[in-house]
Design a binder for this molecule. Structure first.
Ligand SMILES: [Zn+2]
Length: 230
């Protein structure tokens, strides 16, 4: 009775092995890697966009301060010094010196902000170029994956057909149990008894369960839910 379901399980093992080969293939590995790279680059692009916005804002702030100091200095220079007292003149000169020094420091700030913006723009372009390359790589590996899938499809279809054919000769209760566990990604579902222990999880069976197993031919493992057979 169990012989058929175990043969059926062997067909599933073949299918799983084909699927694993597909997953292990270099093009599939590249595809997975490239998907991550594109996502990372897109996130980086968003990050750079935010950085650029804030750098431009800073630049504009410096620029406004610079223009204000520049105009103040201009007004000061245009003032008629003829009618000034000596202390007014000294005050004017001191004010002008302060403005010149302020303009110098603002100019340095402006140039460093401009450099900052240009670095961000450069990084942005590199990132965008990378995305174009990754997308090309994605297309290539996707195509290679599809080709490989196509090449094993006849084999897969054949095994599926054999499985369907075999299902007719399997006890429906047993088959349902099998399919139920397969849905939960459990494989293999039927495992042989191994030294009085479950062949799946190695849990030792107490005497009472051993007797039940001997009487019924198979037994659900309490630990891993697989079916143990003799
Ligand atoms: Zn078990």
């Amino acid at each position: 009775m169990l012989k058929n379901i175990i043969e059926y399980q062997k067909l599933d093992a073949k299918l799983l092995s084909l699927k694993r080969d597909l997953e292990k293939d270099a093009s599939k590995q590249t595809l997975n890697k490239v998907v991550v790279l594109v996502k990372d680059s897109q996130n980086k692009l968003l990050e750079l966009e935010e950085k650029a916005k804030s750098a431009i804002k800073d630049y504009e702030k410096y620029k406004a301060e610079y223009d204000k100091a520049f105009n103040q200095l201009n007004d000061l220079i245009k003032k008629d010094v003829e009618g000034m007292t000596e202390s007014q003149l000294n005050e004017s000169i001191e004010k002008a010196n302060q403005l010149v020094s302020l303009l110098g420091s603002l100019e340095r700030g402006l140039s460093s902000q401009a450099e900052n913006v240009s670095t961000i723009v450069k990084n942005f372009e590199t990132c965008r170029n990378n995305i174009v390359l990754y997308k090309q790589k994605y297309k290539e590996s996707k195509l290679a994956c599809e080709k490989l899938e196509e090449s094993i499809r006849p084999k897969v279809e054949e095994i599926k057909k054999q499985k369907l054919e075999m299902e007719k000769s399997i006890d429906p209760t047993l088959l349902n149990k099998y399919k139920h566990l397969r849905q939960d990604k459990i494989f293999p579902v039927f495992v042989p008894l191994n030294n009085n222990s479950c062949g799946g999880c190695s849990m030792e069976l107490p005497a009472a369960l051993m007797n039940k197993l001997k009487a019924e031919g198979y037994l659900e493992c309490e630990q891993c839910r697989r079916y143990i057979y003799i």
